[in-house]
Design a protein around this ligand. Structure first.
Ligand SMILES: [Ca+2]
Ligand SMILES: [Ca+2]
Length: 86
């Protein structure tokens, strides 16, 4: 039997930005941050939107989430007034 150590490590390591622990970074996680944006919370509380662990919900926490945000959800066109994916 061979072990796939990469997958084992991924399973054992919580996904950064996955605040509700469902294994996916998305809108539900963003809502935790937006819900407590700009407030002091229990340091490190994921469900209060503080993945950075500094006790304040702000840009650092949003950056952690966005660093793992699914690529397919990002805009495909950076042009002004772009209406297609080209
Ligand atoms: Ca999640
Ligand atoms: Ca924080």
């Amino acid at each position: 039997m061979q072990w796939d150590f990469v997958n084992l490590v991924q399973l054992a390591t919580p996904l950064a930005g996955d605040l509700n622990g469902d294994g996916f970074v998305g809108r539900d996680d963003l809502n935790f941050i937006l819900g407590d944006w700009g407030t002091n919370v229990t340091p490190g509380s994921l469900t209060m939107g503080d993945p950075s662990g500094d006790g304040f919900v702000g840009q650092d926490d949003l950056n952690i989430l966005l660093s793992r945000w699914p690529i397919r959800w990002l805009p495909m066109c950076a042009k002004r007034n772009c209406t297609s994916n080209s």
